[in-house]
Design a protein around this ligand. Sequence first.
Ligand code: SF4
Ligand code: SF4
Length: 197
Amino acid sequence: MTGAKKRSRSLVPGLVKGMATTARTMTRPAHTHQYPDVKPDLPPRSRGVIALLAENCTSCMLCARECPDWCIYIDSHKETIPAGPEGGRDRQQNSLDRFAIDFSLCMYCGICIEMCPFDALFWSPEFEYAETDIRDLLHEKERLGEWMPTVPPPPALDAGAPEPGEIAAASKPARTPRPRPAAAGTDQPAAGDGADS
Ligand code: SF4
Ligand code: SF4
């Protein structure tokens, strides 16, 4: 038997096998999605983008310090809150000037969200923010805030779980100021006795 004949005989079973695999695969449903025509059905807690609730941010810098990629940028300044009409002292408070996340560096580890003690950062499942210019992946606080409506509500508590402390605190009745004791020899309340605890 010549070499050419031998080769053609060994090709035939391979060809038949290949055709059989093709025929089998053609009858199976496709595993690919025709994105962007068909949107993927992602789990609600997917890590798409980070949303910022700027009102909750105290500029404590914890998230920026713990970010392994150093891709969170925060600027703030101190503001003086004047004392109330009933006395007390002026207070100092941080005011957020800039909060930005560079998503070209972020590795979506979620450490910043875990670290935030004031519930200012959240995962949103939105992922369609690809850019043709990498510099546009730097989201400033206004853009981070625009993701907030896409943040899913927290999952329901397990049956029998204790009520979270925040809910118990929020449902307490407001404190009413105690009546001030009259100063000795006058009908006027004692000066500086405005505590309502
Ligand atoms: S998810 Fe991780 S890498 Fe991204 S900003 Fe937060 S801490 Fe940094
Ligand atoms: S940890 Fe939270 S409160 Fe502190 S700077 Fe970051 S986002 Fe703001």
